[in-house]
Design a protein around this ligand. Structure first.
Ligand code: AMP
Ligand code: MN
Ligand code: MN
Ligand code: MN
Length: 284
């Protein structure tokens, strides 16, 4: 398969912080012309069987997926795993451990919000949660919009949920090495998600890419809903410089919130190796 393929290898369902079911996502992906799809819920693979079955029913090819939260150089970095065996207990345990701190973190977030006069945010966020093991900042953001504190979710993040703001709680996620190891030992490949979004210096970014490679990481998202067109060019260069394969994904969460729809992205630059070429035997 060449780089001219409508692959969407990054999106979220109600199993994490998306608003659609795996089946509704599959239908929407198909309608938008997606040929190869992966559902990549945050720290969760509970939707994988449904997604694979829905892809098959729609006549789309499918790769298993997850987006793992990692702490690197004091920042949260996301690592997408593709094509791993979702039944492997090592992956299941690693993700369960990564999810573990989310409940207590959410209680602390609510306590921080209560101090600035926003009461019962935990209960409010829970109303938006599809999976009790996966309460995220996105669910708090939806509650704050519903309760009239902000006009949309980006405003909530700006005012309440990012570093230094009342609802922000620093958290230690998985290590880069562990996340890559879980993915790789279960037969998949690890991909750096939306590198353009991290607030790293050039040195820190270089360290991320070097350590990622050293631990066995194989790919980087070049074309993603989180990148500007200038960043497509910038991270295509990084992929070439570091000998990484390239991935493509919308990072779609919700018809009401996401500006990039499933499959609605430019193709990958033709000279890069697409991640699906490395995963030919893992495609369902
Ligand atoms: P968490 O894993 O609980 O820290 O939540 C992270 C999620 O919040 C991301 O995957 C995005 O879906 C969402 N998010 C992060 N930053 C923003 C932002 N500035 N605007 C809107 N959503 C955001
Ligand atoms: Mn998200
Ligand atoms: Mn992400
Ligand atoms: Mn994502």
């Amino acid at each position: 398969m060449s780089s001219i393929l409508n692959a969407d290898l990054h999106c979220h369902s109600i199993v994490s912080d998306g608003t659609l079911t795996p089946e509704a996502l599959a239908e929407r992906a198909k309608a938008n012309g997606v040929e190869l799809w992966a559902l990549t819920d945050h720290d969760e693979i509970g939707g994988q069987r449904r997604a694979a079955a829905a892809a098959k029913a729609q006549g789309m090819r499918y790769l298993t997926g997850a987006e793992i939260s990692v702490t690197f150089a004091g920042e949260t970095v996301h690592i997408v795993g593709l094509g791993f065996d979702a039944e492997d207990p090592r992956m299941q345990q690693g993700l369960a451990d990564t999810r573990d701190g989310r409940g207590p973190r959410a209680m602390e977030m609510a306590a921080g919000l209560a101090k600035v006069g926003i009461q019962n945010a935990y209960e409010g966020a829970l109303k938006f949660v599809g999976n009790p093991a996966l309460i995220s900042r996105t669910h708090f953001a939806r509650f704050l919009v519903e309760a009239g504190h902000c006009k949309d979710t980006p405003e909530v993040f700006r005012k309440y949920l990012t570093e230094g703001k009342p609802g922000y709680v620093p958290h230690r996620w998985a290590t880069l090495k562990d996340a890559i190891t879980w993915i790789t030992q279960c037969g998949g490949i690890a991909v750096i998600a939306h590198p353009g979004r991290y607030k790293f210096t050039a040195n820190e970014e270089y360290a991320l890419f070097s350590e990622f490679k050293a631990h066995g990481g194989r790919g980087v998202e070049v074309v993603t809903g989180s990148h500007t067109t200038a960043e497509y060019v910038e991270y295509a260069t990084m992929a070439r410089d570091f000998g990484l394969a390239a991935s493509r994904g919308s990072d779609f969460h919700s018809p009401d919130e996401s500006h990039t729809d499933l499959g609605a992205l430019p193709y990958l630059p033709g000279d890069l190796t697409p991640v699906w070429e490395l995963l030919a035997d893992r495609i369902q």
